[in-house]
Design a protein around this ligand. Structure first.
Ligand SMILES: Nc1nc2c(ncn2[C@@H]2O[C@H](COP(=O)(O)OP(=O)(O)OP(=O)(O)O)[C@@H](O)[C@H]2O)c(=O)[nH]1
Ligand SMILES: [Mg+2]
Length: 395
């Protein structure tokens, strides 16, 4: 895909030459490349990365990169916001954050009873793991079993094959996230499934069969269904999209100059039906626990450049780790998605309401004409009076 373009072509020089730390090679790491924790080594890693980055002669990129490093190295500044943002999400009802712009009121928008977010991403990027991680942020009992099935050996399973709805938190009625089947390496498969979900809506338990699935795969998926033909689950309109990518695979594909993974992301991200007006999907980077801080910052900067989105505001680094920074990233990401979902709700298509609106605007128009008519009559009367006065004067 993507013609002759190489992954490394997206990459600035100072990033392209960087080594990759994969899950398998963690023992070979340089001490400066230790995973995220606030130890002296990390501080050294930040300093080393910052010094290295100074060779970069692109000031805006350097500024963003430094901001990213600062973001990772200054957790106390953000701690106070965790509870506050969590409460906001827990209290939120769909439509709460509608902005009444363009002379509209909240009643002009089609507000469903549940804000629906759609998780999409390549095979093994960590969509199902993210569901479990998000659940734990809102769960009092941390020992409850995982909700979503995680793939532990990608070659041993097909991965997630059915759309699964997860209410967040469990008992909520107003926010749900859909886990989906992974993106295919064939773009036509992705267009077909994604367009269907975005235009017709999604429903819990729905099979996700690709055009290119062979008969055996189709039969396997069909035989996993444990319900009758008719599903009692309602269709949900998707309100916002989250693209999940594996940070380690991004670095690996850059290093190996293999464009497959990155091209699929770029192509998918550009599908207009995944955007809500000008608002593109949010991006989640997983597997950050297997990278150093400088590598995390670099992957984020690289994806921001590639997809044309702000790395600090629209890209969320959510590793499968239990720490306050991960929780902050999760609530930050949810808040971003819910706010954008509310801001992009469709107009209410209720015909009675539309009729009322048309009637009102016609009345307003007629009232406008009324004023013009009155002014014209007054002017005519004044002219008549003046003419009469003139005639009397001449006689
Ligand atoms: N170290 C680490 N491993 C992760 C992270 N996220 C996911 N994984 C692992 O990655 C593998 C795949 O995770 P899944 O959550 O099943 O990925 P998925 O996107 O749902 O995969 P499909 O359903 O096949 O599309 C599992 O072994 C997870 O444990 C992460 O942030 N860090
Ligand atoms: Mg999955």
């Amino acid at each position: 895909m993507g013609g002759g373009r190489r992954s490394s072509d997206h990459l600035p020089e100072e990033l392209a030459d960087d080594g990759v730390i994969s899950s398998q090679s963690s023992s070979d790491r340089h001490p400066d490349d230790s995973p995220l924790s606030y130890s002296p080594e990390i501080t050294a890693a930040i300093a080393a990365a910052a010094a290295e980055e100074e060779v970069c002669d692109n000031p805006p990129r350097r500024k963003t990169y430094n901001e990213l490093l600062e973001f990772y190295s200054d957790p106390p500044a953000r701690k106070g916001t965790l509870r506050e943002t969590k409460d906001l999400i827990l209290r939120h009802k769909p439509g709460d954050w509608i902005e009444e712009v363009g002379g509209t009121t909240a009643g002009d928008y089609e507000v469903s009873d549940c804000t629906t977010l759609l998780l999409i991403g390549p095979r093994g990027s960590g969509k199902s793991t993210l569901i479990n991680r998000i659940t734990r942020v809102f769960e009092d009992d941390q020992s409850t079993p995982d909700r979503a099935q995680v793939s532990h050996n990608l070659s041993a399973t097909l991965g997630t094959c059915f759309l699964q709805e997860y209410m967040i938190p469990r008992k909520s009625k107003s926010l749900c996230i859909y886990d989906t089947r992974s993106l295919s390496s064939k773009p036509s498969d992705n267009v077909e499934l994604l367009q269907c979900w975005m235009t017709r809506g999604v429903s819990h338990g729905e099979m996700a069969i690709r055009q290119s699935d062979d008969i055996m795969t189709r039969n396997t998926i069909k035989s996993m269904v444990r319900q009758g033909v008719f599903s009692p689950c309602k269709k949900r309109v998707v309100n916002f999209v989250i693209l999940v990518v594996n940070g380690v695979t991004i670095l690996e594909s850059i290093h190996a100059k293999d464009n497959g993974y990155v091209d699929i992301l770029l192509e998918t991200f550009k599908y207009p039906f995944l955007s809500f007006k000008d608002n593109k999907p949010a991006l989640v980077i997983t597997h950050g626990d297997e990278l150093s801080i400088s590598q995390r910052a670099r992957v984020r900067l690289y994806l921001g450049d590639l997809l044309g989105i702000p790395p600090l505001q629209q890209i969320f680094d959510i590793a499968d780790t239990k720490d306050e920074d991960t929780e902050l990233a999760i609530v930050g990401m949810l808040r971003y998605c819910i706010e954008h979902a509310d801001r992009n709700l469709p107009f209410n298509q209720n015909y009675l309401l539309q009729g009322q609106r048309i009637f009102h605007s016609m009345m307003e128009m007629l009232q406008g004409y009324d004023t013009i008519l009155e002014v014209t009559v007054i002017i005519l009367c004044i002219i008549l009076l003046l003419l009469r006065g003139l005639v009397n004067f001449i006689q």
